[in-house]
Design a protein around this ligand. Structure first.
Ligand SMILES: Nc1nc2c(c(=O)[nH]1)N[C@H]1C(S)=C(S)[C@@H](COP(=O)(O)OP(=O)(O)OC[C@H]3O[C@@H](n4cnc5c(=O)[nH]c(N)nc54)[C@H](O)[C@@H]3O)O[C@H]1N2
Ligand SMILES: Nc1nc2c(c(=O)[nH]1)N[C@H]1C(S)=C(S)[C@@H](COP(=O)(O)OP(=O)(O)OC[C@H]3O[C@@H](n4cnc5c(=O)[nH]c(N)nc54)[C@H](O)[C@@H]3O)O[C@H]1N2
Ligand SMILES: [Mo]
Length: 679
């Protein structure tokens, strides 16, 4: 049988959103190859993408509905039994306590338009309690939206045109490997790369300059640079006078940020502050790439505003090679393609008037009254591992009487379920996928039938609705009854855009209609003033922060705490958060849950390289092996997030249930700990 090579896209929550071709023989996935038509990801995918053939057919994949027995062990049950028990419980809770006694939680496990059907089901059911906010990037999104008017940036390949690339708190060599291709091309043409990160990351290995500020102090560093640029007349006066609101007020607010003061606040030596400022002032065009890690602090939104001020006052916006490169939502043309649940609670929507913060998930669930939470439904997420304050999240799951998790693997969250339903993989149902980095709209095609008794969520919801008593007629136009209906619905979505036909998308990714390769090239900013708002009354009104970009220390600082080490929990190359770690391909290369510590901090505590350590604070503890990280800023401990508790991970036992200053984000890194040797 001939190999079919079918165009598809990786739907993981990752900048790259790679295109690739999946090889199918005889109804089975046998391999993959690159799809060079995507100019942002021409060389094919990362190791995780290459592990897909294993992931789909993995021996530990959940293929049947499972029910927890009295001993806590999962037993296979039939679909009719699963649906009957779930529908029975749901009706009972709705009738006796109202639909808001059921909590529906979805997160970022798989992206696409089809995810919206989940909310359609809960709407039909009469509502539910839902989460608001987001674990990932909203502080920076909100900071950028309120300053520039929109979250857009130049196409990834424009990076080649930059002469200075500042990778500020982003570790693209692990979290956006495709971006490094363009970084390398720019460097080959003489561009300089600066990395700003408390860790000497794989990205830093490629840099001309590494600056290591104390965590959470980047805002002060940026303000110090802004002051230097203004004092030394290195700003773009013409751009400022035409396009910027609030420059004079901003300038006045900077007096105290002398290089010496900034050095005291950030720990960065004075000569490095000046060197970085000099580079930003003199090398143009500059693309500034802030990461998402550095906005996961209680001052994260304002930190992003401070960094953005540097692109603004130097006029590095709207030109080739000149760009504020935070998030590019140009391919989110179907507005519903964004994450399924709004970041902003809409308490006027009676059906979903009750919501809990993703950042305070456990705590908020436990304190819900009128009604209390009786049942939890989770899909596309692993909140026990990924949300802050695991202790309270676990308690909330224990307190709920009944829990359903739709999953591919037995994650920490699935273990908390009473019934686990098997989840589809990306190859088993079609969808349309946008990207927050590249400008393409992509079609993920159905290439194989689901294995075992796996059913896509849309089918689960359809069957559950029928079990709850809704007639086929009532469900028409609300939930697709089968694959054909689903694909017809997707085709209908495309009808609005003549350039986006199914057949075209089946062949290759297509750039979103009206993509601006150079974002803001027209000089139009859709803020209230029509200008870039360094001074934003709106931001002050909405979030209660200073209307100017300003610096406040994060909530947890060693001077005010009995714990003295920052726990950084970044993303890492061999996994997407809590996914992929269970696969053999990954296990062969991954060190497992290990904490990196600075040898200076370690020796002071009598900890040798390779020792087991206890990482602890008032919220929890974690015991893992440590390794000496000679490139890590003293005063920091680093352990990637995502390792399951069942494999010895669980960094979120230590993180606090706290929101960021704007956007309802999650301040994971605002987190001090202590360490000691243990056995
Ligand atoms: N391989 C892989 N790729 C991924 C993901 C993954 O899990 N694995 N996840 C995807 C998702 S959802 C996201 S959100 C992105 C995130 O990817 P990135 O934007 O790269 O974010 P993080 O990995 O969280 O953090 C990046 C860096 O910020 C540094 N950092 C932490 N605190 C500070 C600080 O105060 N100041 C400075 N200057 N630096 C700081 C950390 O040390 C880390 O090296 O990656 C996406 N891509
Ligand atoms: N300490 C700390 N914690 C963090 C972070 C941090 O920096 N530090 N980063 C945060 C960030 S940026 C993010 S984005 C979140 C990510 O956290 P989550 O949004 O919870 O995402 P994942 O860990 O990727 O888990 C998603 C789950 O979805 C499942 N899944 C995949 N595809 C499907 C599907 O089609 N259907 C169903 N039903 N399930 C599917 C996967 O098997 C996986 O178990 O983690 C956050 N947690
Ligand atoms: Mo994320």
């Amino acid at each position: 049988m001939a190999i079919q090579r079918i165009n598809t896209v990786c739907p993981r929550n990752c900048y790259s959103t790679c295109s690739f071709r999946v090889h199918v023989e005889d109804g089975r996935i046998t391999g993959y190859s690159a799809q060079p038509a995507n100019r942002a990801t021409p060389e094919g995918m990362c190791l995780k993408g290459q592990s897909y053939p294993e992931r789909v057919y993995a021996a530990d994949r959940i293929l049947y509905p499972l029910k927890k027995d009295a001993e806590g062990l999962f037993q296979r049950i039939s679909w009719p039994q699963a649906l009957r028990e779930i529908a029975g419980n749901m009706s009972h809770y709705r009738d006796n306590f109202g639909p808001h006694s059921i909590f529906f939680y979805a997160s970022s496990g798989s992206s696409g338009l089809v995810n919206d059907f989940s909310m359609a089901f809960w709407r039909l059911f009469g509502g539910a309690t839902i989460p608001y906010g987001n674990l990932c990037w909203p502080a920076g999104l909100e900071a950028t939206r309120l300053t520039l008017g929109d979250n857009r940036h130049n196409v990834p390949w424009d990076l080649e045109n930059a002469r200075l690339i500042v990778m500020w708190g982003k570790n693209a060599a692990e979290t956006n490997v495709q971006e490094m291709l363009f970084v390398r091309k720019a460097q080959n043409q003489g561009a300089k790369l600066v990395v700003i990160d408390p860790r000497r990351t794989l990205t830093a290995e490629k840099a001309d300059l590494l600056i290591q500020p104390c965590p959470g102090t980047d805002g002060a560093l940026a303000l110090g640079i802004a002051r230097y640029l203004i004092e030394n007349n290195l700003v773009d006066h013409e751009f400022i006078s035409k396009k910027v609101k609030g420059y004079e007020a901003f300038k006045k607010s900077l007096t105290q940020y002398t290089p010496e003061h900034v050095s005291r606040l950030t720990g960065v030596p004075v000569n490095y502050v000046m060197k970085l400022a000099g580079m930003i002032g003199e090398i143009r065009p500059m693309t500034l790439i802030p990461g998402y890690g550095l906005q996961r602090y209680t001052n994260g939104g304002q930190t992003i505003r401070c960094l953005l001020s540097l692109s603004v006052i130097t006029g590095n916006i709207g030109k080739p090679g000149a760009c504020w490169h935070y998030a590019n939502l140009q391919s989110y043309v179907f507005d519903k393609i964004k994450e399924p649940l709004s970041y902003y609670p809409n308490r006027n929507d009676n059906l979903f008037r009750q919501s809990v913060s993703k950042a305070r998930l456990g705590k908020d669930l436990l304190s819900q009254q009128d009604p209390e939470i009786k049942m939890i439904w989770v899909e596309r997420g692993n909140p026990v591992t990924q949300n802050p304050d695991t202790g309270s999240v676990l308690k909330a799951f224990e307190k709920a009487e009944f829990c359903v998790v739709v999953e591919q693997f037995m994650t920490d969250t699935a273990r908390e379920a009473d019934i686990v339903l098997p989840a589809k993989s990306m190859f088993e149902q079609a969808d349309l996928v946008g990207s927050y980095w590249n400008p393409y709209i992509q079609l993920r095609q159905k290439v194989i039938d689901p294995p075992g008794e796996v059913k896509p969520e849309t089918e689960i919801y359809y069957l559950l609705a029928r079990e709850l008593g809704y007639s086929e007629h009532e469900l028409q136009g609300i939930l697709p009854r089968d694959n054909e209906a689903l694909e017809n619905w997707l085709k209908q979505q495309l009808e609005k855009y003549p350039e986006l036909t199914w057949d075209k998308l089946a062949g290759q990714p297509v750039m979103a209609p009206d993509t601006e390769e150079i974002a803001f090239a027209d000089g139009h900013f859709s803020t209230a003033s029509g200008k870039i708002e360094l001074l934003s009354e709106k931001i002050a009104g909405l979030w209660g922060v200073d209307p100017l970009p300003s610096f406040n220390l994060p909530e947890e600082v060693p001077e005010k705490s009995k714990y003295s080490l920052y726990l950084l929990t970044p993303n890492t190359k061999n996994r997407i958060h809590s996914q992929f770690g269970n696969l053999r391909v990954i296990k062969q290369v991954d060190p497992g849950p290990v904490a990196g510590i600075n040898p200076e901090d370690a020796r002071r505590r009598g900890i040798a390289n390779g020792d087991r350590i206890r990482i602890f604070n008032s919220r929890g503890e974690l015991k893992v092996r440590c390794h000496y990280d000679y490139g890590l800023l003293p005063g920091c401990v680093v352990m990637p997030n995502g390792y399951w508790i069942s494999e010895g991970g669980g960094v979120n036992f230590l993180s606090a249930p706290r929101e960021t200053d704007m956007g309802y984000g999650t301040a994971f890194h605002d987190n001090l700990v202590e360490i000691e040797k243990t056995i």
